[in-house]
Design a protein around this ligand. Structure first.
Ligand SMILES: C[S@@+](CC[C@H](N)C(=O)[O-])C[C@H]1O[C@@H](n2cnc3c(N)ncnc32)[C@H](O)[C@@H]1O
Length: 221
């Protein structure tokens, strides 16, 4: 890995990584929000999709099922998660590339510029300054008119969602990185990073808090 970075592993602790997929499936209504995300992306043959914090690569098979011609590139600093992602892709016979690195413009410089970027369940696990850095560098690398889709724990609007989020995800991933999401920081940060047409497209209440799908566009000029 070219650059060292302190990061939270997929399930909060390295020893829990093998349990990540089953945990997400059971606790987030995963198939609903991932399918809704891919519906919104509506991947085209010419699209290059960069999945930042790809983790165990769960988005790749759903995307490939929708459009096998879309080029999928995942980037993640966690070697154990990427090993699961590569096995998953090869078991399903799908084309997916994975880069072992924390995301930065430099880390993907040798790859085609993405027309679509996704950040699934990543931003609630990183510090506020890193949330903004990721969004700024995504804006930098996207093609003109490129789209960013975020699927993550966003603003927790009801008492019940705040309680469930506090009792589960905030226990696992800590308060400092997660609370800004719960307070609704994602949309203002996307705007600060330069995205236009920023909006919340869908919201899913789950037993671990509510998950929002947000999108934004990099203007063509
Ligand atoms: C909760 S997991 C989500 C994995 C996957 N996107 C999903 O939807 O299941 C968050 C991932 O973000 C990765 N991550 C953390 N910091 C990162 C960074 N700076 N650049 C890229 N990935 C990062 C972690 O290694 C972890 O695999």
């Amino acid at each position: 890995m070219p650059q060292e970075l302190a990061y939270t592993p997929p399930a909060g602790h390295h020893f829990l990584t093998p349990l990540y997929d089953v945990g997400v499936r059971l606790s987030t209504r995963e198939m609903l929000w991932r399918a809704a995300l891919v519906d919104l992306i509506a991947p085209e043959d010419s699209d290059v999709l960069l999945d930042i914090g790809a983790g165990t690569g769960s988005l790749a098979p759903i995307l490939a099922k929708r459009n096998p011609a879309t080029q999928y590139i995942g980037v993640d600093p966690d070697a154990a998660a990427l090993a699961i992602a590569r096995n998953k892709a090869s078991a399903r016979g799908i084309r997916a590339e994975f880069i072992h690195a924390p995301f930065s413009a430099e880390a993907i410089a040798a790859w085609p510029a993405p027309s679509v970027a996704t950040l699934c369940l990543v931003l609630h696990q990183v510090p506020l300054a890193e949330k903004l850095r990721l969004l700024l560098e995504i804006h930098q690398v996207l093609q003109p008119d490129g789209k960013l889709y975020i699927a993550d724990y966003g603003e927790q609007r009801s008492w019940l969602m705040r309680k469930l989020f506090g009792a589960t995800i905030q226990k696992l991933d800590g308060y400092a990185d997660t609370q800004p999401n719960a307070d609704g920081v994602l949309i203002p940060l996307m705007i600060e990073a330069g995205f236009s047409e920023v909006s919340e497209r869908r919201q899913f209440n789950t037993i671990t808090g509510s998950i929002s799908i947000l999108s934004g566009t990099k203007e063509a000029f």
